[in-house]
Write a protein that binds this ligand. Structure first.
Ligand SMILES: Nc1ncnc2c1ncn2[C@@H]1O[C@H](COP(=O)(O)OP(=O)(O)OP(=O)(O)O)[C@@H](O)[C@H]1O
Ligand SMILES: [Mg+2]
Length: 251
């Protein structure tokens, strides 16, 4: 039997308004980094919320490493809308370390972890500022850093870099892809290039009820990916194979 990292079987979900988001939806992930791509409203955020346990009003079965997902899985979640999920009364630093604070982690350790993350990703964020004093991109970075600071088992990234400039997001993605201790990650993105930089496999979803319309394995060794890849023939071949799958949906 092939063991899976994440397995979703027979998922059914609606919001009680007659619109079915998932119906008998199955998805098995065998790769560590998965990117999910699909149209607005097809159910990507809903899927992450269900996987994380934030939304429990569904039927179906979800396992993580062959055990029910509810058992002892540490989640990191970079929510899609950063403003909705930052604590406005906390500084950047306090927002980032929130998962450590609820575990009563020593403040010095928290400080070291924040410094390390900022160094690793080459980021400069005003740590004493409040969210209202930051740009949208900076708020998004806080949500991202908070999602990884506590080394989760499963990292859920919902369009985490959509407000970042091209250079910042590309650098972070290459860095993230090559990270040795990166958790199992599901990364929702509307950008094929981002998915190819980061993922082992790209899953393309079609509109409601959500269905898998394509799966593309990304044939590049993650630890060796670097910006040269972006202008390579191979990168463009993989991108073309993704676009081919989407072509029939572009009118
Ligand atoms: N709380 C809610 N109540 C009612 N309907 C909802 C709720 N949340 C989401 N929906 C509906 O479920 C569908 C899927 O929403 P979801 O946010 O998962 O889409 P998405 O794929 O993440 O889209 P996007 O790319 O725009 O982020 C949409 O039609 C949306 O209107
Ligand atoms: Mg969404």
């Amino acid at each position: 039997m092939n063991s899976s990292i994440l397995k979703i079987s027979n998922l059914k979900k609606d919001f009680g308004k007659g619109e079915i988001i998932f119906n008998e939806f199955d998805l098995t992930l065998q790769k560590k980094n998965t990117a999910i791509f699909g149209p607005n409203g097809c159910g990507k955020t809903t899927l992450l919320r269900i996987i994380s346990g934030l939304d429990q009003s569904y039927t179906g079965n979800i396992t993580f490493k062959d055990s029910p997902i509810k058992d002892n899985v540490g989640f990191g979640y970079a929510f899609q809308n950063p403003y909705k999920f930052l604590f406005p009364w906390m500084t950047s630093f306090e927002n980032i370390i929130f998962p450590l604070k609820i575990k009563s982690t020593d403040r010095e350790i928290s400080q070291r972890l924040v410094t390390k993350l900022l160094t690793d990703f080459n980021l400069d964020i005003p740590l004493n500022s409040y969210p209202y004093q930051l740009s949208t991109g900076q708020c998004q970075l806080l949500v991202f850093l908070r999602s990884i600071i506590d080394s989760p088992d499963l990292l859920l990234l919902d369009e985490p870099f959509s407000n970042l400039d091209y250079l910042n997001r590309t650098r972070i993605l290459f860095n993230l892809a090559a990270r040795k201790n990166l958790p199992v990650t599901i990364f929702v993105s509307h950008t094929i290039d981002e998915a190819i930089i980061f993922a082992d496999e790209l899953i393309i979803l079609g509109d409601k009820p959500a269905k898998i319309i394509g799966r593309v394995l990304i044939p590049f060794n993650r630890s060796k990916r670097n910006p040269e890849l972006l202008s390579s023939l191979k990168f463009n071949e993989v991108k073309s194979s993704c676009i081919k799958l989407l072509k029939q949906y572009i009118i």
